[in-house]
Design a protein around this ligand. Structure first.
Ligand code: SF4
Length: 355
């Protein structure tokens, strides 16, 4: 069997045994695998995708359900405890309920089931949530950048705000908790809605989280001097609420603050001005079978040739997948270097990486 190779052509070095934790060279143990199920989306958010002319992944390269479950099972045996399903928009995948059902049956080395979370734009949620919950979905993050219809239409290039609000209402009425609502904070777009969005989240028993905009847009138009920073977001929030930091963040991307003594909280994901890479425990699997060790990685580790080689011997293939996971983790850099002048934006757009 040929040696697995990284997408940049380098041969992947042999790695020690299956079932050992996925620890990188900086001591970070990886427990979170983000699985992108498709690069397609029902919206066209300006900070993510172009309106037209997007180069979609080839259909033949999209991982099948069996392939996803196979990779996930090996990752869980190596200590991954959470699978977060992303896209594009994961609910566009026609077998989404079956994906959740099969993944939720996977257990870790301690016999405990993995946790299945999902990041969605919410558009098909009302229709699918009962089946997803029944299949084993445990947590939901829903993106909502604005509550104003005209802005939503302009930002997403689609008139679907009512569908998103319906999805959020369905999540609020369900037993899934916590429900998190995500907004990318954008100057001249939604900064004046920061307080309104938090009040909306509280009314839906959800936690609002604001995300600093990152250089992942398809048009490469990100401008650091124009982004809305964590400090600016907190300044707006502090005019309305007393903010008390929540300790013990661990590997979570959002720093949180309690509002007026509780019980509600707000989160900020400050990837640019306050990076949390030192505690990062995340790996990513793209819809076309590429392992990535960072949102901003420019190297990918291609699992497709391993999965689709013929003839294949199950044990040998599983061993190669495991080695590729370990090589991917070992190749992880200490951080994203967005603030470094030599920073290079990854060639893949956000929709093809997974959030
Ligand atoms: S930028 Fe990369 S290393 Fe840093 S937290 Fe995000 S995924 Fe992890």
């Amino acid at each position: 069997m040929p040696e697995p190779v990284a997408a940049d052509g380098g041969v992947v070095a042999a790695a020690p045994g299956r079932g050992a934790p996925l620890v990188d060279t900086h001591g970070r143990i990886h427990r979170d695998l983000r699985i992108s199920l498709t690069d397609r989306c029902s919206l066209r958010c300006t900070y993510c995708m172009p309106e037209q002319g997007n180069e979609w992944l080839a259909k033949t390269s999209i991982l099948t359900l069996d392939e996803i479950v196979r990779i996930a099972g090996i990752a869980a045996a190596d200590g991954i405890t959470t699978f977060r399903l992303t896209g594009g928009e994961p609910l566009l995948r026609t077998d989404i309920v079956e994906v959740v059902r099969r993944l939720s049956r996977i257990t870790g080395p301690d016999g405990r089931p993995v946790e299945i979370a999902m990041t969605t734009n919410g558009i098909r949620l009302r229709e699918l949530l009962p089946a997803l919950a029944d299949a084993g979905l445990s947590r939901l993050n829903i993106s909502i950048d604005t509550l104003r219809r005209d802005r939503f239409r302009e930002l997403t290039r689609r008139d679907r705000l009512d569908d998103v609000l319906d999805g959020i209402a369905a999540a609020a009425a369900s037993d899934l908790r916590p429900v998190k609502l995500n907004a990318v904070a954008m100057r001249d777009v939604n900064v004046d809605e920061i307080v309104e969005l938090v009040e909306f989240a509280i009314a839906h028993d959800a936690q609002m989280r604001f995300i600093e905009q990152m250089p992942l847009d398809a048009g490469h138009t990100w401008d650091r001097s124009r982004m809305v920073t964590q400090d600016e977001i907190l300044e707006v929030l502090a005019r309305r609420w007393t903010l008390t930091p929540v300790p013990g963040r661990g590997g979570a991307p959002a720093a949180r603050w309690v509002l007026d003594g509780g019980p509600h909280t707000v989160g900020v994901i400050a990837s640019v001005t306050a990076p949390f890479c030192g505690d990062c425990d995340r790996l990513r699997l793209t819809a076309d079978g590429q392992l990535r060790n960072c949102l901003f990685s420019t190297t990918e580790y291609d699992l497709l040739p391993i999965l689709r080689q013929t003839p294949s011997v199950i044990e040998a293939v599983d061993g190669d997948i495991d080695r590729m996971l370990r090589s991917c983790v070992r190749g992880k850099l200490p951080g994203h270097a967005i603030n470094d002048p030599s920073f290079l934006q990854p060639a893949r757009g956000m929709n093809a990486i997974g959030g």
